[in-house]
Design a protein around this ligand. Structure first.
Ligand SMILES: [Zn+2]
Length: 149
C-alpha cells in the first residue's frame, strides 16, 4: 500500500511547511480512500501558540468544518500532515500517541527553512509503533484514473 500524491499537491504541502517555518504547520490530506490517491492538500492554521515550534493543535470545530467541506465535495479524508522544523521526518512519541488507525500521517522535515524530506506513517493495530508508507508521486491529478464508483 502506498500513498499517491500529484506533484502540485506535494509542492503545496512543502510550500506550506516552508512558509510556517520555524513553526509547525498542519493540514488535511484528502482524496480517494480506495485508490489512496491524495488529490487535495488542505492547509489548516496551527492554533497552538504556546509551543508552535514542536506541537500543533487545531480546534475540533475548525477541523470538523474543514472535514465537512471536503466531504461535501465528495472527497475522503486520507490523513493529516504536519511539519518538523529542524527535525527529521521520523514520527515522535507524541505523533504516535495522537494517531488514529487507518489514516496516513505525512511528516515534512524542514531544515533551515527548506523542506528536505517527506515521509508517511500509519499506526500499527496494536498502537506500539507507526509503519512507514511509501509515497508515490505522479505529475498531476489527471494521471488519476477514477474507477467510476
Ligand atoms: Zn510530529
Amino acid at each position: 500500500m502506498s500513498l499517491t500524491l500529484p506533484h502540485p499537491e506535494l509542492s503545496k504541502l512543502h510550500a506550506h511547511a516552508q512558509e510556517g517555518y520555524p513553526h509547525e504547520v498542519v493540514g488535511i490530506i484528502a482524496g480517494d480512500k480506495d485508490q489512496r490517491f491524495a488529490s487535495r492538500i488542505h492547509p489548516l492554521v496551527n492554533e497552538r501558540a504556546d509551543s508552535a515550534h514542536n506541537r500543533y493543535k487545531v480546534s475540533g470545530l475548525t477541523l470538523m468544518r474543514a472535514e465537512q467541506a471536503i466531504e461535501a465535495e465528495g472527497l475522503d479524508i486520507l490523513g493529516y500532515y504536519h511539519s518538523h522544523p529542524d527535525h527529521p521526518s521520523q514520527y515522535s512519541d507524541y505523533d504516535r500517541d495522537h494517531a488514529l488507525p487507518n489514516l496516513s500521517y505525512v511528516i515534512v522535515s524542514v531544515m533551515n527553512g527548506r523542506a528536505v524530506d517527506t515521509a508517511s506513517w500509519r499506526l500499527k493495530e496494536d498502537r506500539s509503533a507507526m509503519d512507514p508508507e511509501p509515497i508515490h508521486t505522479v505529475p498531476n491529478a489527471s494521471n488519476f484514473k477514477s474507477s467510476g464508483g
